[in-house]
Design a protein around this ligand. Structure first.
Ligand code: IVH
Length: 689
């Protein structure tokens, strides 16, 4: 219940207690997710905690503490970033790529220090992200900036505040000992989160990020910090800018200090006395590199003692006391044969480099996306250029460098076409976007992509309608919008090349059965900019009936959890567009069902119960996990007081002993299947309100 007077408000002790506990719980789960990469609760459950926190803060604004997790959701959008001059320049690192080069570095260090110095190094992984500096004044995070050119960077404080694992307040002791503390480190995105993010971008019809570094940089440099808040960024600290820190005399101590203050640091931090060991540490790191959940591109070796660092000093923007020993890159050299422009479903025009085929880490690469105009400009890439392509893990190939020394002078520059390469309509670059777009909804290239999307598995699931057939249908003018699919006849289909009687019949049958798809699938199929699988489901669940969504207004959309201004605007634009309205009418006339959406909620004996799985079971663990989750339960990683059941296979190990000790119910596979048998689970249907 809302209090009577804002500003003169008594906070009931019970609420205060709940609030404090919620903050502790949310921080605990943030730590598990962002810091340790070991989440224990589902996203939905986390959202529930967060929503409750927001509700309390809304009801009792005086309760809000400055480091509440709610302070990380982003602030008002900016029109531009301010510049920040770094008090101490942010240097870059010299690189070495072999044992010999590393030995040279070590020799230079020894010569620089002169006889009588015992040298110790620290080893850290070299994270592949974006360097930032965080300034803490009296223990409070005050200003954060990007590296920029090393001297001046951009003020991205609001954005950094949204990063969940950046401490907003440091311990009391540190606050008084170091009234000014400048922490430096790298903003990154974990691989798993990157894959998810790119999937989401794809669903929304937005271009994918080429790699997690670009994703991290793009996400941090958003003028709207709410956008940054929605991206899974994390911060990993690797140092403090000044070396004259009273109590901290070495890099190793600084790292321990940062760790104690709750900063994430490299898990490979090692102190090494014998140089011979460094090469084997490097080899070890290279070996485990593919198994890490974040991208690294080498190892950083630093002279441990600050007094020695000061003696060594710096040379041309790099310290003499540190070096980046880089992994042999999965890179290859090739030539750009052409640069073409492809048009996607939502009209985004993407430049693509056609390459002389080349093998990069076992795969032949002949195309590389150039993403957008900014990328063309920053690479200064031309047709005929010799370039270096890189393929990192399962990431799409990218061009990382143009070898300008190899230019003959005959290379041809390209610029983004002023018109759509498919339909010739003027291309525009909407404000704040990196992409050019063709805004003609009848554009053949877009239509082919839209048709392909309409027929895809997640949407209307029309078997047999792939990219080639979509192109034929559009090129032969058999289809002008996806609804025309429902008016195709066998005679017309047979006019297409390579189309036989049987194939045509199968296609017509598939089209006919697509009329019975569920509402979320239909919404996906429409291909509304920004509306992918998740948003479609939310919209279907909220509105229940298609016509209610069709007639909805901006404010009602904004009230839906997970729908922000961009998507709300895009939905309204879609449904007010006469072409789209005509298409929907055509679909209805063809008797596409547009069914009411029922929310199916399972109620079972294990709803809300927590499971831990251990030992060898007869099927992969994911199978059991899915069964439990489908029945409303959840699976966590370790046994605790909150665990309801332990599902134990053969050779169960320590979790079994722990569960036993805590008298947690232990289930064999057989007992588990009994618990989940149909008599124990029934399905309840709920109609949307
Ligand atoms: S130390 C002078 N440590 O590499 C010290 N940098 O080329 C410079 N980086 O801009 C930074 N992991 O973005 C340091 N453990 C690490 C690092 C690291 C990644 C990045 C950082 C820096 C670039 C230097």
């Amino acid at each position: 219940m809302a209090p009577p007077f804002i500003g003169f408000m008594l906070i009931p002790p019970k609420i205060k207690e709940e609030y404090n506990k919620l903050i502790i719980r949310i921080r605990h789960h943030d730590r598990l997710y962002y810091q340790l990469d070991k989440p224990e609760i589902s996203d939905t459950e986390y959202d529930r905690l967060f929503d409750r926190l927001l509700q309390i803060e809304k009801d009792y604004p005086d309760i809000i503490v400055s480091d509440s997790p709610s302070q990380r959701v982003g602030a008002k959008p900016l029109t531009a970033f301010k510049n920040v001059t770094h008090r101490i320049r942010m240097l870059s690192l010299q690189k070495v790529i072999s044992r010999e080069e590393f030995a040279d570095f070590d020799r230079r260090v020894r010569e620089g220090l002169g006889a009588g110095h015992k040298i110790e190094y620290t080893i850290e992984s070299k994270l592949d992200g974006l360097a930032v500096e965080l300034i803490y004044v009296n223990g409070t995070f005050t200003i954060g900036s990007t590296r920029g050119d090393g001297t001046r960077g951009e003020d991205v404080t609001q954005n950094l505040k949204t990063i969940r694992n950046i401490p907003l307040i440091l311990s009391k002791k540190v606050s008084s000992e170091y009234p000014l503390l400048e922490v430096r480190g790298e903003v990154i995105i974990r691989r798993s989160a990157f894959t998810k993010l790119n999937k989401k971008m794809g669903e929304q019809g937005l271009p994918a990020f080429a790699n997690s570094r670009n994703a991290a940089a793009g996400s941090l440099r958003q003028l709207d910090s709410k956008m940054t808040a929605s991206r899974p960024l994390i911060f990993c600290a690797y140092g403090i800018s000044a070396t004259n820190l009273s109590k901290l005399a070495t890099q190793y101590e600084v790292m321990q200090f940062l760790k104690d203050e709750d900063f994430l640091i490299s898990e490979y931090l090692t102190k090494v006395g014998e140089v011979e060991k460094i090469a084997s540490l490097f080899a070890g790191l290279e070996k485990i590199r593919p198994d890490l959940n974040y991208e690294i591109d080498g190892m950083v070796v630093k002279v441990n003692r600050f007094d020695q660092q000061v003696i060594l000093g710096e040379i041309s923007r790099s310290p003499r006391w540190a070096v980046a020993w880089k992994f042999a890159a999965e890179e290859a050299e090739t030539v750009v044969k052409d640069i073409i422009f492809s048009v996607g479903r939502t009209g985004v025009i993407t430049p693509v480099a056609k390459l002389e085929p080349v093998r990069v880490s076992g795969v032949i690469v002949s195309n590389a996306s150039l993403h957008n105009e900014d990328e063309i400009l920053s690479l200064d890439i031309r047709i005929g250029d010799t370039v270096i392509v890189r393929r990192a893990g399962d990431v799409i190939p990218e061009i990382i460098e143009v070898i300008k020394e190899k230019r003959s002078g005959r290379e041809k520059s390209v610029s983004m076409p002023g018109i759509c390469p498919s339909c010739g309509t003027g291309a525009v670059r909407p404000q704040g976007e990196a992409a050019y777009r063709c805004l003609n909804s009848a554009c053949p290239a877009q239509l082919i992509e839209r048709l392909f999307h309409f027929a895809s598995k997640e949407a209307m699931d029309i078997d047999g309608l792939g990219g080639k057939l979509a192109a034929q249908l559009v090129e032969q003018s058999l289809v002008k919008d996806p609804a025309d699919l429902y008016y195709l006849t066998k005679e017309r289909l047979l006019t297409l090349e390579l189309m036989g009687e049987k194939k045509a019949q199968n296609l017509l049958t598939a089209i006919e059965s697509s009329k019975r798809r569920e509402l979320p699938q239909i919404i996906i199929a429409l291909g509304i900019f920004g509306v992918g699988e998740t948003a479609s489901r939310t919209l279907a669940e909220t509105f229940g009936e298609f016509d209610r969504l069709y007639k909805t207004g901006y404010d009602d959309l904004m009230a839906v959890a997970g729908i922000g201004p961009t998507i709300a605007r895009s939905i309204i634009d879609y449904f007010t567009n006469p072409g789209n309205r005509a298409m929907i009418t055509k679909m209805k006339k063809a008797r596409v069902a547009f069914p009411v959406h029922h929310i199916i909620k399972k109620v079972s004996s294990i709803s809300g119960k927590t499971f831990v799985i251990t030992g060898t079971l007869s099927l992969p663990r994911d199978h059991y996990k899915k069964m439990i989750e489908d029945a409303g339960g959840k699976v966590i990683g370790s046994v605790s007081a909150k665990t309801d059941y332990l599902l134990a296979g053969e050779n169960p190990g320590s979790k079994f002993d722990k569960a036993n000790k805590q008298s947690i119910k232990i289930l064999s596979e057989k007992e588990f299947s009994h618990l989940l048998s149909p008599s124990a689970t029934h399905i309840k249907q709920k109609l949307p309100e």
